[in-house]
Design a protein around this ligand. Structure first.
Ligand code: GLN
Length: 497
């Protein structure tokens, strides 16, 4: 077994017991990146020197008998939408922030450092987290480790691919409409979107502030719980982040192996309708059967607003907020400035025209339109009303069931280029994920099998606000029965001795 096959918990325990050094764990991760990333292209920037210095420091502190935290010596990759003051740029996958260096660390980065993690690099993403394939990155497209001709999903595709290809055991992503769960599903890893307000968004470059949430990628449920543990909790710098006194952060690892019983699983009719790939459906139904075998009851439920209107609602709310959040990139405050302008207004216009990619421009235009005086009531205001209905769908469902299960995505990983000419078909790959963000609830995608062609399938489990502890236990019940995560992607197997 390679060092990079170890889970984060195993690495952490070995480092604490001084059976392995943080330096060894870091070198193994850097070597895997050197061997695999030229093919997979998960990273926008690698911080080999910084990671080595950091690992040496952790080893020194452990030798001195210090407690270095929950993630002692564990290599972690972070999506390039998170501000890091480590000297690497924070680009958000955009040309407009090409060489921009954040002057401070995001809250979650501070948490990682406080818990002894070794940050090895920043991962590729769709520009400003807008997309489902990483094809909207201004730099390059990340490839799916299970099939290099296919996308890893997005927008956190780099983080998902880095974990799937065993370059790191843990990564952080952000999820505004599915950007953690969708790539997790397409790459055979665990990806969790916490409840809105569980994790501070301070230092997360904003896409749609009322939907954005940071969450973990890992190969096991336990590792995802560990990274959530390290990052969750109050932060006065994000006023939407809940106070610990109102919502204490539970111990996510303590009872993880205790099954939830009795367990009532809501199975929404709407999640198994037209557009669902038959192989995805088969794998998800098999997972549901595995829960039934453990004594769970399946309850058919309806989420009438949550599939039919979710995409439309999401693309009004998200683009409206994005049009406002992205107004700050003007060629003055941050990043790229055009060099061929005539006056100041022309400089704004050219900087934005040259700095943003097509999808970002499309969304700024859509959002500006939806918020404009004549159309505000018809679009934005109505979208907020429907958002409320979607939330009620879930509230009503959670009175009857403990969680909701279905496919994470309608299809397995698609081919690069397959959907780039048709934004609407790209948007539809999030049909099952966006409603959790609109409702602010927690959700996770766990590996649940492969298609005949060897492409991963994800099972999405949703649960009510601030029930991540139970959600993780439910996910663990399945993982313990059926272990898909130990399969090694062919690209990784190839480079092994
Ligand atoms: N794919 C969705 C979008 O393009 C979700 C993105 C996200 O969660 N950041 O907006």
């Amino acid at each position: 077994m390679a060092t990079t096959d170890l889970t984060a918990c195993e690495i952490r325990d070995a480092v604490r017991r001084r059976e392995m050094s943080a330096a060894e764990a870091t070198e193994a991760s850097l070597a895997a990146i050197a061997a695999l990333d030229p093919k997979i292209k998960a990273f926008l920037a690698i911080d080999a020197d910084g990671a080595r210095r950091r690992a040496a420091d952790i080893d020194r502190r452990i030798a001195a008998g210090e407690n270095v935290g929950l993630l002692a010596g564990v290599p972690v990759a972070v999506k390039d939408v998170l501000c890091t003051a480590n000297g690497l740029p924070t680009t958000c996958g955009s040309k407009i922030l090409q060489n921009w260096k954040a002057p401070y660390n995001a809250h979650v980065i501070e948490r990682l450092l406080a818990e002894g993690a070794v940050i090895v690099g920043k991962t590729n993403m769709d520009e400003f987290a807008m997309g489902s394939s990483t094809e909207n990155s201004a730099y390059f497209t990340t490839r799916n480790p299970w099939d290099l001709e296919r996308v890893p999903g997005g927008s956190s595709g780099g983080s998902a691919a880095a974990v799937a290809a065993r370059m790191v055991p843990l990564a952080l992503g952000s999820d505004t409409g599915g950007s953690i769960r969708q790539p997790a599903a397409l790459c055979n890893v665990v990806g969790l979107k916490p409840t809105y307000g569980r994790v501070s968004r301070y230092g997360l470059v904003a896409f749609a502030s009322s939907l954005d949430q940071i969450g973990p990628f890992a190969r096991t449920v336990r590792d995802a719980a560990l990274l959530l543990q390290a990052t969750a909790g109050e932060d006065p710098r994000d006023s939407t982040c809940v106070l610990n006194k109102d919502q204490p952060v539970p111990d996510y690892l303590d009872k993880l192996d205790e099954p939830v019983a009795p367990l009532r699983i809501g199975v929404p009719r709407e999640f198994f309708g037209a557009g669902l790939d038959p192989e995805v459906e088969k794998a998800v139904r098999a997972a549901l059967a595995a829960y039934e075998k453990q004594g769970a009851t399946l309850v058919e439920i309806g989420l009438p607003h949550s599939t039919e209107y979710a995409i439309a609602t999401y693309y009004i709310v998200a683009t409206s907020e994005a049009s406002s959040n992205l107004a700050r990139y003007d060629g003055v405050h941050y990043g790229y400035r055009s060099s061929d302008h005539t006056d100041m207004i022309d400089m704004y216009m050219r900087s934005r025209a040259q700095g943003f990619g097509d999808e970002v421009k499309r969304r700024i235009m859509l959002g500006t339109y939806a918020l404009s005086a004549g159309y505000y009531d018809a679009y934005y205001k109505n979208a907020l009303r429907v958002r409320r209905l979607i939330r009620s769908d879930f509230e009503q469902a959670f009175e009857k069931v403990d969680c909701i299960m279905g496919p994470t995505t309608p299809t397995p990983a698609f081919r690069m280029g397959e959907k780039t000419a048709d934004p609407l078909s790209m948007y539809l790959s999030d049909v099952y994920t966006v409603s959790a963000n609109l409702a602010a609830i927690a959700g996770v995608s766990v590996p649940c099998g492969f298609t005949a062609a060897g492409l991963p399938v994800g099972l999405q489990i949703l649960s009510g606000v601030f029930t991540e502890d139970r959600l993780l236990r439910i996910a663990r019940m399945y993982e313990r029965e059926v272990d898909w995560a130990s399969r090694v992607p062919p690209t990784v197997a190839e480079v092994r001795p």
